[in-house]
Design a binder for this molecule. Structure first.
Ligand code: FES
Length: 166
């Protein structure tokens, strides 16, 4: 059975083939994982943050699809040189716009990338035991979506395990 290729635009295909800032960062200030390795949709975000709370470097590793790789790549480009407060304002919609649009079935891949970024920012402050006034206590849409995907993947992998044991 053949599958119809998704209508990715040229920018996404280019970022997928030549992603920027791909790879582990050895001297990262903070690392965050979002998604679930059991279904392959997993992303790891690395941020290097200086004493002025400016993101000096950002990189990622992705085990997701082309849309996830492209959106993660563009997020790392967008936030480089930003202070954390401004980076926090990155929304999945702005990321989708920055890659020139995504097929709607692939929105969640971009949402996961932003979820990982926001999780990294939270971890940064948790490690420092500070909570800036602008950081909402409630999870953002992107963080909630990342959690939901992780829970769904857990349920699916447990179900597959159960089926395998039958
Ligand atoms: S990251 Fe899962 S389909 Fe794109």
């Amino acid at each position: 059975m053949s599958r119809t290729p998704l209508p990715y635009n040229r920018k996404i295909l280019e970022l997928f083939r030549n992603p920027k800032n791909l790879g582990k960062m050895e001297d990262a200030t903070v690392t965050a994982v979002a998604g679930n390795p059991s279904c392959g949709d997993m992303i790891i975000f690395y941020l290097k943050i200086n004493d002025e709370e400016v993101i000096e470097k950002a990189s990622f590793e992705s085990y997701g699809c082309a849309a996830n790789i492209a959106t993660s790549s563009i997020v790392t480009e967008m936030i480089k040189g930003m202070n954390i407060k401004d980076a926090w304002k990155t929304s999945w919609k702005s990321v989708v716009e920055a890659v020139g649009g995504l097929p709607s079935v692939k929105f969640h891949c971009g949402i996961l990338a932003v979820g990982a970024l926001k999780r990294a920012i939270r971890i940064y402050y948790e490690k420092r035991e500070v909570s800036p006034g602008w950081l909402p206590k409630e999870l953002t849409f992107e963080e909630k979506q990342a959690l939901e995907e992780e829970e769904l993947a857990k349920i699916l992998s447990n179900r597959m395990k159960d089926e395998g044991e039958k």
